[in-house]
Design a protein around this ligand. Structure first.
Ligand SMILES: Nc1ncnc2c1ncn2[C@@H]1O[C@H](COP(=O)(O)OP(=O)(O)O)[C@@H](O)[C@H]1O
Ligand SMILES: [Mg+2]
Length: 236
């Protein structure tokens, strides 16, 4: 079972009299443990694709399956449940809540899904450890660097063993060294079984991917299969 499967997915936005075909006829898949990079110019449909994969938006043609569920057949309530329990989101903006500690930020999605406070906090500490931030849970976002804040956002996306992480230009606001560290971390999560669907316009990030999906004006330009960077290094 693929973690994400798109079959001929389309999405058209209508605003006033104008129509924008944000996605048309997009077919792709991501398996367990894969990092799939979606590349394309600004406006090519990357964010729309990720939003549909995460159930934040719905396709208006084609079929989308996530973890075996046909999203088009799910009620809003079940879609919200899938978002809360199985899918994590990472955005370019480091959108942590400034008044909460790092641990509280990471625990939020679990508490939102109904996990008790104590268990949520303990899972948050484990997730912070997974992203290399063991022992920092009591700090506040403005007390750590931008790269560390993005790690916290990744911890929040994987907390409680979410199986799919959707990362929309997660390195876009970071310098290139910090961005590379974030990509290493995402690759490591995939090597441990998480699936990551990442949008980027940085070709260096695509080096960490198993598959690179190139979008142009909402349509699939081509899909490249790759031997990802860390896997290649492991072979040596
Ligand atoms: N909510 C919306 N309403 C109207 N048009 C939208 C909306 N979201 C995206 N679009 C349009 O869809 C196209 C694809 O946008 P987007 O998915 O954000 O591209 P990317 O993330 O690659 O920059 C763009 O032309 C954008 O203006
Ligand atoms: Mg975008």
């Amino acid at each position: 079972m693929s973690v994400v499967q798109f079959e001929a997915v389309g999405r058209t936005f209508r605003s006033g009299g104008a129509e924008v075909r944000a996605l048309a006829g997009v077919t792709l898949q991501a398996e367990r443990g894969e990092l799939v990079a979606v590349m394309g110019a600004s406006g090519s449909g990357k964010t729309t694709l990720l939003s549909i994969a995460g159930g934040l938006d719905r396709a208006d043609s084609g079929r989308v399956r996530v973890l075996g569920e046909d999203l088009g057949r799910l009620s809003e309530r079940r879609l919200a449940r899938l978002r809360l329990t199985a899918v994590g989101f990472v955005f370019q903006e480091l959108n942590l809540l400034a008044e909460l500690t790092l641990e509280e930020n990471v625990a939020l999605p679990l508490e939102g899904a109904g996990t008790g406070r104590h268990a949520a906090r303990s899972a948050a500490r484990a997730a912070l450890a997974r992203v290399g931030l063991d022992g920092t849970g009591g700090r506040f976002p403005d007390e750590v660097s931008g790269g560390q804040q993005q790690r916290v956002a990744i911890a929040r996306a994987v907390v409680g063993d979410r199986r799919l992480v959707l990362a929309d230009e997660p390195t876009g606001s970071l310098d290139s060294d910090t961005g590379a560290e974030i990509m290493e971390l995402l690759r490591q999560l995939c090597d441990n079984g998480t699936t990551v669907l990442l949008s980027t316009h940085n070709p260096a990030n695509a080096d960490f991917a198993d598959r690179v999906v190139h979008l142009r004006d909402g349509t699939l330009d081509r899909i490249e299969e790759r031997a990802p960077r860390t896997a290649r290094e492991d072979v040596r």
